[in-house]
Design a protein around this ligand. Sequence first.
Ligand SMILES: [Zn+2]
Length: 277
Amino acid sequence: MPLPLPPDIAVLCRGWLHGNVVIIEDDDGCSLVDTGYHTGLDALRAALPGPVHAIALTHVHSDHAGCAAALSAEHGAPVYASARAGDLLRRWDRRGLWLASTGQELPRFLPREVPTDGIALGDRVFEVIETGGHATGGLSFFDPTDGLLITGDALWEDGFGILDPWVDGAHILEDARQALHNLSQVDGRILIPGHGEPFADLEGALQRAEQRLNYLARNPDRLLHQVLKNGLGFFKLMQPDADAATLWQAGMTLALAHDLDEAGASRWLADAGLRAP
Ligand SMILES: [Zn+2]
């Protein structure tokens, strides 16, 4: 049975291409946490109960921030993200935004810095929790009144978003550990992750995430394999009609962005079932 949500909260849960959108309704419209990939804009518009007053972003990967530019322009709504996420966008750091290595697209926008002492969304005021690791400048949002905790890709019911130290730097494994610690400090009772259905068991999720993090930290080869597999998987979701040559090219770009030489990249592509054009 799905976890019951407070009456002002709805979650648009659409799998891997689109990060979850949390719709926080109020008397004359709504505020959003995250927006999905840009190709899902029409479906998101159709799900909105009224005008959008504000958009807060857990992080600025394209599958979460994709509709921020369009919705912000249509509704005159401010977009809030962390200072570090804003810095990536201001400098248009295509590598840091995970665009250069993956072929993902992100319509450009400039966010305001999220107020670190709390952000009002709908009739709620959320505490802002730093949850880096998966994403530079990642945030979670927590409303203590009913224990509503929005975690983005820092914590899922079973695991967390991919860690890519080849792009983000070796420190992100520690950042991810710190994120789990920060989340363990709040009394989250209704959890809304960045992908997957809402769930209730924060403690169990933290335990599974910690085990996974320890495993990945001990097995960098396994981590690299996952980063590449994940990157190629997302590319296939973005471009389901891509031909073999396009897929091979995307795989090669991805592999070369992760320190593989051309021979290593070709081996990986062959293992992944892709053939050179
Ligand atoms: Zn992400």
